[in-house]
Design a protein around this ligand. Structure first.
Ligand SMILES: Cc1cc2nc3c(=O)[nH]c(=O)nc-3n(C[C@H](O)[C@H](O)[C@H](O)COP(=O)(O)OP(=O)(O)OC[C@H]3O[C@@H](n4cnc5c(N)ncnc54)[C@H](O)[C@@H]3O)c2cc1C
Length: 420
């Protein structure tokens, strides 16, 4: 009989060695701020630390970011995690939308090619009884939902999603939960006398606490404790285009080859580029042009609607994503690498070995990063999961989905493939 391949994954249990309720969260982007808020709601004393003096200045700093949907006709892990995250996020952001931050205007997906078209048909059938989640629409319905004429023949519409200004959400979360922000660039983490100590470049102590959450995106690689996490710093640029009299009627977010948002203060946000191996936050004309071209490729009618855009009229912003190879975020207790490898080394010989060890972890050290292009969708769920685990609550999602996001998954995969 085939054994359940998850049998030996026992490390979902976080080691609870906490004595008091002081927690530091490093990184005030959407991951750090949602984590800080989720812990504060559970009675923890939370302080957030960032190298900027306000929240949401880096990856989470775009004017209009989308809560992206990702579904599949297949029952793969990635779309299952995305479904859970998207449903959680759409409820999580309700109060913000109601207070006027962003818009729950719906998100429309247009197929990029013939294969996507086929998938959309299958997704439409698979979720046909859940119109509140997703609707399969034909051209006339697409035009009605978008508020303007489109060329696309079919598309998917997610009525409960929309766009948000992520930096404002980060700042609101800290303000509403009265979470203080310390501004400091952290270079080193040290564990002494049962506390994590955060030090700057001059090795001055910035703050200490028993529990530390690392939520500083790709910056996690600078610390010896989390350097093993396989994340990539991936540049992207968004372009803000002046709305035309006709484009002002756009009612929903439209995504395909690129995306475009309904106008905010006379401008649509379009995006985004993926510039592998490029490390500058300077805004580049070539990237603006690529974003503009992508809108035309998403739907020819959109390109025509926006008219000829001269690059001198557009604005934009570039920053970095923190990506993972499996497109899933990284959330949970941080393994103690050398010991963890020893705990699970049998996997090198037998990838299906039953291992009863829970795995070795660094004391009270957690991570929440690897949000890729979907920080707005992933962060509310990963933060809630993490806070619930730290507080010793029952798991919110099933074990398979939970393990798919666990920091130790990379070590287990590498052991099985004899890469380490
Ligand atoms: C061009 C572009 C467009 C995007 N569009 C979307 C979109 O439409 N929808 C969507 O969901 N996602 C989008 N994303 C992705 C999204 O922005 C990220 O997934 C999300 O912002 C990640 O949040 P985070 O909190 O993990 O990281 P960040 O927001 O980058 O936060 C990390 C924080 O850690 C701080 N920090 C780092 N190192 C240190 C240190 N050593 N000491 C102190 N502080 C430190 C930084 O200052 C920063 O504030 C886009 C990304 C880009 C680049």
């Amino acid at each position: 009989m085939a054994r359940n391949p998850l049998q030996h994954w026992h490390f979902h249990k976080s080691p609870s060695q906490r004595i008091n309720k002081d927690v530091l969260v490093l990184g005030a982007g959407i991951a750090g701020c949602t984590t800080a808020a989720a812990l504060k709601k559970r009675g923890f004393h939370v302080t957030i630390i960032d190298r900027h003096s306000t929240a949401g200045c880096e990856g989470s700093g775009n004017r209009q970011a989308i809560v992206y949907p990702k579904l599949s006709p297949r029952d793969d892990l990635l779309p299952r995690v995305n479904l859970a995250a998207m449903q959680f996020a759409s409820t999580y952001y309700q109060p913000f939308w109601q207070q006027g931050f962003g818009e729950q205007c719906g998100v429309m997906l247009l197929p990029e090619n013939a294969r996507a078209q086929k998938d959309f048909n299958a997704i439409g059938q698979r979720f046909q009884n859940q119109p509140e989640l997703v609707q399969f629409l034909e051209n006339s319905q697409l035009c009605e939902s978008a508020g303007l004429e489109l060329k696309a023949e079919i598309g998917l519409f997610f009525p409960k999603l929309g766009w948000l200004p992520p930096a404002e959400i980060c700042q609101q979360l800290l303000m509403q939960q009265q979470i203080p922000l310390i501004s400091a660039d952290i270079h080193q983490l040290e564990y002494q006398n049962q506390c994590w100590h955060l030090l700057n470049a001059q090795r001055e102590l910035i703050s200490s606490a028993e529990t530390l959450i690392i939520a500083n995106a790709y910056g996690c690689q600078q610390f010896s404790q989390t350097a093993f996490l396989p994340v990539t710093q991936l540049r992207g640029q968004v372009t803000d285009l002046p709305a035309s009299p006709a484009s002002r009627f756009l009612k929903t977010v439209i995504c395909g080859q690129g995306y475009i948002t309904p106008e905010r203060e006379g401008r649509h946000s379009c995006g985004a580029t993926y510039n592998k191996g490029l490390f500058t936050t300077e805004v580049r004309d070539a990237d603006h042009q690529s974003n503009i071209d992508q809108i035309g490729a998403t739907d020819a009618a959109l390109g025509a609607l926006l008219g000829a855009q001269t690059l001198s009229q557009v604005q934009g912003r570039a920053n970095y994503r923190c990506t993972t190879k499996d497109y899933l975020p990284i959330v949970g207790a941080v393994p103690e690498l050398a010991e963890f490898i020893r705990d699970f080394e049998q996997l090198r010989k037998d990838a299906r070995a039953d291992i009863t060890s829970g795995g070795s972890y660094l004391p009270n050290l957690y991570v929440n990063c690897g949000m890729g292009s979907r920080g707005l969708s992933y962060a509310p769920l990963t933060s809630e999961l993490l806070a619930a685990e730290i507080a010793g609550e029952e798991p919110l999602i099933n074990q398979e989905l939970r393990l798919a996001m666990h920091p130790a998954r990379f070590i287990v995969r590498d052991l099985k493939k004899k890469r380490i």
